[in-house]
Unconditional design. Structure first.
Length: 150
């Protein structure tokens, strides 16, 4: 919601508030730190999304060919792409991971995100067991099972 309403604390916003002096990207240090740049256009973030796209296309047995673009990443929707709730959650977790990296001033590393995703998966699995909805959980994650195992 903060992303869509453009109220996410970027270095530009923080500089305007007097909290930050530098308005450049926390990852590349080259471009102005705008929402579009942080989550899509930065060279380091682009590499992250390319790795996620490759892993999903290679490891997941959902028959869906993922071709991420700025609209899917920023808004979770693109007219030419139909996703499922689990994939939407993976994208949402990836954006949260990228933002956490920005705050910590660390370049997003895909292997670290994969560990973060596995932890989130295990938490959702535990909640499903507690709620007695494990069958539904298994069905929702069936296409992404190999992503969690590799």
């Amino acid at each position: 919601i903060r992303l869509v309403q453009r109220i996410l604390a970027t270095n530009v916003v923080l500089a305007h508030m007097g909290v930050e002096k530098d308005v450049t990207c926390s990852f590349c240090g080259k471009e102005r730190d705008a929402i579009e740049h942080i989550f899509w256009r930065c060279e380091h973030v682009k590499r992250f999304w390319e790795q996620l796209q490759t892993v999903v296309n290679n490891a997941c047995a959902n028959g869906l060919f993922v071709n991420l673009n700025e609209s899917i990443v920023l808004f979770g929707h693109d007219c030419s792409f139909k996703s499922d709730d689990t994939f939407d959650l993976i994208i949402l977790l990836a954006k949260f991971f990228i933002y956490k990296c920005k705050v910590k001033k660390n370049i997003p590393q895909f292997h670290l995100f994969r560990n973060y995703l596995k932890t989130a998966f295990e938490a959702h699995k535990y909640i499903a067991i507690i709620d007695m909805s494990y069958d539904k959980f298994t069905k929702e994650w069936q296409f992404y099972k190999t992503l969690m195992e590799s």
